[in-house]
Design a protein around this ligand. Structure first.
Ligand code: AMP
Ligand code: MG
Length: 343
């Protein structure tokens, strides 16, 4: 398949929107990561996304809209919480899970009776959705399992020849995927952490927001203290989804967790040991507390190190249990397949 390359000029976006109208698939920039979009209401078009990504078909997609009022095409009911969240956070990196209308195809929601919806904060994305005249279903525009693409060149590397078009825009400002918030239960629940935190959502809706259990299980991988006698077997992932590799670089990867100076020393020690036996080693060590910067750079760093052909990536864990750093750690642990060294 020949993949057409577009700029973010209005005329180019109109051409890309035509592809989507005709049932094709196009990658486009958003403020979080690049998405791979199709008409969300067209099951055949959405099926092409799963094929291009090699994504398991029970993994639902986020539906992107360009005007908050368009959520009416996807769901019948707006609760006060939903309204407050839309008013406070859209456009922006927060996805909400709501009950779906029957018109939303099962293909888009992985067979669930709920749908994930977001209004992105990116002019190119909003123009594309408006010109296409339909909600756009879009997962991240990477091959399933690899790091999410935050730069146009990352999309080209994974998708050239597999999809109809790529809109080449700016590097993504946020760099990790949106916060996913489930609003279908009694307590609003974060299913995927992002740069919009539980604390900021609580402030907007005036009630408790919790993290899904699987995320706190994830976090325990980092927080448990080996000195307290916890064995390695206690660190095994508990929920089935956590077994799969996500965001995985081609290189092997180890996360080093602990007090900052010890982490630096351990990374240096492991680097020397590995280089001595002929391995090429890359290091990811963010500035302390620079969590937004870490989010912006993390996936790009993984892809750059893979591009350099490193065998092993050593990454320093971020110390944050519920903020932006927590969201980056969620990605880092998955990238490393929960391969953690504590110091
Ligand atoms: P991606 O499209 O790669 O950004 O991933 C979308 C995320 O949203 C995945 O983690 C999905 O499991 C999640 N998601 C999408 N729709 C739903 C839904 N209806 N219920 C729960 N999670 C969802
Ligand atoms: Mg993804």
């Amino acid at each position: 398949m020949k993949t057409q390359i577009f700029t973010t000029d209005r005329q180019d976006i109109a051409k890309a929107a035509n592809i989507i109208k005709e049932g094709g698939i196009v990658a486009f920039p958003t403020e979080t990561v690049y998405g791979l979009g199709a008409n969300a209401m067209d099951a055949d078009a959405v099926a092409k996304i799963y094929e291009a990504k090699g994504r398991p078909s029970d993994n639902p997609m986020i539906v992107h809209i360009s005007r908050a009022s368009d959520i009416g095409q996807l769901t019948r009911m707006l609760s006060p919480d939903i309204v407050a969240i839309i008013e406070n956070f859209w456009p922006g990196p927060l996805t909400i899970i709501v009950k779906k209308r029957p018109e939303v195809p099962d293909k888009t929601t992985g067979g669930l009776d709920t749908v994930a919806v977001r209004m992105p904060d990116s002019k190119a994305a909003l123009d594309l959705i408006t010109f296409a005249g339909c909600p756009i279903a879009a997962p991240s525009a990477n091959l399933s399992g690899s790091p999410s693409p935050t730069r146009a060149k990352d999309v080209v590397a994974d998708m050239d020849g597999r999809i109809d078009g790529i809109i080449e825009g700016e590097d993504c400002r946020v760099g990790i995927e949106s916060t996913v918030l489930d609003l279908t239960g009694d307590v609003p629940t974060i299913l995927r952490p992002g740069i919009i935190t539980a604390e900021s959502i609580e402030a907007a809706i005036g009630k408790e927001v919790k993290y899904d259990e699987s995320l706190t299980e994830d976090a325990k991988h980092i927080q448990l203290d080996p000195a307290a006698g916890v064995s390695e077997s206690d660190f095994q992932p508990k929920s089935p989804g956590m077994k799969y590799k996500h965001y995985a670089p081609k290189a092997q990867m180890i996360v080093v967790e602990g007090e900052r100076n010890k982490v630096k020393a351990e990374i240096e020690r492991l680097k020397v040991l590995n280089e001595r036996i002929g391995n090429k080693v890359g290091v990811i060590l963010f500035e302390e507390k620079a969590f937004l910067e870490a989010a912006h750079n993390f996936f790009a760093n993984l892809r750059d190190l893979d591009g350099e052909g490193v065998d092993l990536i050593l990454a320093g864990a971020l110390s944050d249990t519920d903020g932006v750093g927590f969201a980056v750690m969620n990605r880092m642990l998955k990238s490393a397949g929960y391969n953690i060294v504590r110091v």
